[in-house]
Design a protein around this ligand. Structure first.
Ligand SMILES: NC(=O)c1ccc[n+]([C@@H]2O[C@H](COP(=O)([O-])OP(=O)(O)OC[C@H]3O[C@@H](n4cnc5c(N)ncnc54)[C@H](O)[C@@H]3O)[C@@H](O)[C@H]2O)c1
Length: 324
């Protein structure tokens, strides 16, 4: 069994601890906070506890490190873990600057280590279905993708809506389209806390001509977790607020009698609701990390790390646009 050390036992870390305790050997727990360490040591008595990340890294028997500490610490901790020869799963986003992420990707590649960003939605069976529909060509040419991640609250004060909410949607948009955007524009406003945008609208254009949009907000009457992919043949909606209809495929599209003449018309056919597996996305993410370490499964190390870099680069550019 793979030996795993977890750094960060705050809000999210315990979910990772539960999964890795089930799927691997949870060998270390690391947190600066004594109370958190105490609470989780009694829950996982076989794991060693420390406040010193380097003490954990010095364990030669430790194969993998999972990082769920605050975002500004990710790059530094991930770099130290990779340099110590450990495979790394790091919560999103793994770095705050494109150049920092590129550095992590090259250290991982040089040492043939796994560097996996914790982009949870990429392991969601509903999002996997979207990807399958796009890649199989069932939707026809994808023209645009747009996402809605809105609610009233939680009002954050140290991370804006782009970094807190947008990173999820961005990871999916870039994964579906598979291109670095040629244009990345963001507009937003900091209504509640100076310098922390509560509402952000982002526009992306890709070299292939596809376009995407994200509406990100914690000042909104609707609770929305929705993604829409518009293809020439079919259109599909992933709605994570739905329990049984996570994905809906619409046989709708534009239509012309003759390519050269004829006026554009529209057609609508059946509406299809595929069955979506209800497995916990985090369990699937943790399993995918362990499979990458073992060299099993459908993912490949290089692609997973480089997809993460594409997300950080786009976040970096959107942040520049937002501030500019
Ligand atoms: N994938 C998801 O859906 C999801 C959801 C929530 C949070 N997250 C991510 O998880 C990460 C942590 O978020 P959170 O809400 O749990 O934060 P948090 O502040 O609740 O917890 C962070 C913990 O890290 C500890 N810590 C800080 N610096 C440390 C260090 N150098 N070494 C060891 N421990 C250290 C803190 O003591 C704290 O217990 C963030 O990157 C966040 O984006 C992901």
């Amino acid at each position: 069994m793979t030996t795993v050390g977890l750094a960060g036992l705050g809000y999210w870390g315990p979910n990772l601890a539960r999964n890795f305790d089930h799927l691997a050997e949870l060998a270390w727990l690391c947190d600066l906070d004594e109370g958190q360490r105490g609470a989780f040591s009694s829950r996982y008595p076989r794991a060693r506890a420390t406040d010193d990340f380097d003490e954990m890294l010095a364990d030669a028997a430790l194969e993998a490190v999972v990082i769920a500490t605050p975002v500004p610490t990710h790059y530094e901790l991930a770099k130290r873990a990779l340099e110590a020869g450990k495979h790394v799963l790091v919560e999103k986003p793994p770095a705050m600057k494109g150049a920092e992420m590129d550095e992590l990707v090259s250290i991982a590649a040089e040492r043939d280590l796994v560097l996996m960003p914790g982009h949870l939605l990429l392991y969601h069976p509903g999002v996997r279905k979207l990807k399958e529909l796009v890649d199989s060509g069932e939707l026809g040419d994808v023209m645009c993708v747009y996402t809605n991640r809105q609610n009233l609250g939680i009002v954050r004060t140290n991370e804006n809506a782009l970094w807190s909410l947008g990173v999820h949607d961005l990871s999916v948009i870039l994964w579906l389209i598979g291109e670095d955007p040629s244009e990345a524009v963001a507009h937003g406003r900091d209504f509640l806390t100076d310098g922390v945008e509560d509402v952000v609208f982002c526009y992306l254009r890709f070299p292939s001509g596809k376009i995407a949009h994200m509406h990100l907000s914690w000042l909104d009457p609707h609770k929305m977790r929705k993604m829409t992919v518009v293809g020439r043949e079919k259109m599909v909606v992933f709605d994570d607020m739905e329990l049984e209809r996570k994905v809906t495929v619409y046989e709708k599209g534009p239509w012309k009698q003759s390519e050269a003449y004829g006026e554009w018309q529209t057609r609508s056919g059946d509406i299809h609701i595929p069955k979506i597996d209800t497995s916990e996305p985090l369990r699937l993410e943790c399993s995918a990390f362990l499979e990458l370490i073992r060299g099993e499964g459908e993912l490949d190390r290089r692609t997973v790390a480089e997809d993460g870099a594409m997300v950080v680069r786009a976040l970096d550019r959107l942040t520049e646009s937002l501030r500019g």
